[in-house]
Design a protein around this ligand. Structure first.
Ligand SMILES: Cc1ncc(COP(=O)(O)O)c(C=O)c1O
Length: 375
């Protein structure tokens, strides 16, 4: 079946935080990380069938869903896991907080910056000390990470691929990192929610697969929310080979996490069972949008665009423009983006290009107008 990624679906006046933020203002929203595309037909059909059933009592994660996760990770990421390692989570962000809390040697935290805001907020939420190390298209700043490990940090939170810069990490980058993790007896929680969104026909390499020697030290968080555009139907898994960490995580969740959401599990099951053809059509659309964005902005020396290797998010350095709050400035020109300050790097913006081409064309025209008006 051929899917249509060109239709402009009206999301105004509904429950979308992306579209509600600007109310009746003439602003194209290209900020929060969800896509303006309709979900795959098999997911929609599975949801309709489940709703038709009509009874929505407490649910549990069936062995068949665990098996689907195993198969998905084997086929998409070439990563073999044991279904017993899977711990169901209400969503990735709560799972991240719970996974940190249940870490075997909980001390201070460290994470690469710029990063997705809720990762940077974990330390504050849990009342722990926290510090950052740099990350850019050139990789992690491992010297900075080592300094933090020397000062006692033992929990490293990663985001692979990295939101917002869209970087994927290579085997050698992971191996360098792994040396530090082992040397300092540290633990890693890797948020791989964007792992199915690697562009240019490439595939995601998770840390735990790249460095099997770290198996007992790594928790990997996986979900279908980003790749299948079902973030409003939250559900995630933690992959936890370490039995002690897994038991502690399960104990933490008890009493805090709700029973698994029936519709979220229905959507996830359909996505992993029948969603691959949709995803295979989506990825070239995202790659094309990414390339269009880069070409369209190439003649503006005021902007430095970091080419994302994964995700549908472009990270743009606007510091030469001297705007104190780029997102506020762009809103005046009718474009809604995320401000770099939300990710710990002021002077940048993050643009979500997971929209029909016509929307992207108009959004980028507005961005150009704003830059030209500053000359
Ligand atoms: C890196 C990263 N992790 C987690 C999330 C959110 O995941 P969830 O909705 O499952 O908590 C996002 C959403 O943008 C994200 O970019």
């Amino acid at each position: 079946m051929k899917y249509d990624f060109t239709a402009a679906i009206d999301r105004r006046n509904g429950d979308s935080i992306k579209w509600n933020r600007y109310g009746s203002e003439d602003v194209i929203p290209m900020w929060v990380a969800d896509m303006d595309f309709a979900i795959a037909d098999p997911i929609k059909q599975a949801l309709l069938d489940r709703v038709e059933h009509g009874v929505f009592g407490y649910a549990e994660v069936e062995p068949s869903l665990r098996q689907l996760a195993v198969t998905w990770l084997a086929q998409r990421w070439d990563w073999q896991i044991d279904p017993a390692w899977l711990v169901p989570l209400p969503a990735v962000v709560p799972g991240l907080n719970f996974a940190v809390q249940s870490q075997p040697q909980l001390t201070s935290l460290v994470w690469p910056q710029p990063v997705y805001g809720p990762i940077a907020q974990v330390a504050e939420h849990l009342g722990l000390a926290g510090a950052t190390f740099g990350v850019s298209s050139d990789g992690w700043d491992l010297q900075q990470l080592e300094q933090q490990l020397q000062q006692g940090a033992r929990t490293v939170m990663l985001c692979c691929p990295q939101n917002p810069i869209g970087k994927t990490f290579s085997l050698s980058e992971y191996q360098q990192l792994a040396k530090l993790i082992e040397r300092y007896d540290a633990y890693v929680i890797s948020d791989d929610i964007h792992g199915d969104l690697v562009l240019d026909g490439q595939r995601h390499l998770p840390l735990a697969k790249a460095c099997p020697q770290l198996a007992e030290r790594v928790v990997t968080l996986i979900a279908a929310g980003k790749a299948f555009n079902i973030a409003g139907l939250p559900f995630a898994f933690a992959v936890v080979p370490n039995a002690q960490w897994r038991n502690q995580l399960q104990q933490r969740l008890a009493g805090f996490a709700p029973a698994p959401d029936v519709l979220a599990m229905t959507a996830l099951t359909a996505a992993w069972q029948h969603g691959a053809p949709w995803l295979e059509q989506l990825l070239p659309v995202l790659t094309e949008n990414r390339d269009y964005l880069i070409e369209t902005l190439a003649d503006l020396p005021e902007l430095t665009v970091h080419k994302p290797e994964a995700t549908y998010l472009a990270w743009i350095d606007c510091r030469q423009l001297g705007w104190s709050h780029p997102a506020q400035r762009l809103r005046q020109f009718g474009l809604g983006v995320s401000d770099g300050s939300e990710f710990g790097q002021a002077g940048f913006i993050r643009i979500n290009f997971a929209c029909p081409k016509a929307t992207l064309v108009e959004g980028l025209a507005r961005l150009r107008q704003a830059v030209l008006a500053t000359r």
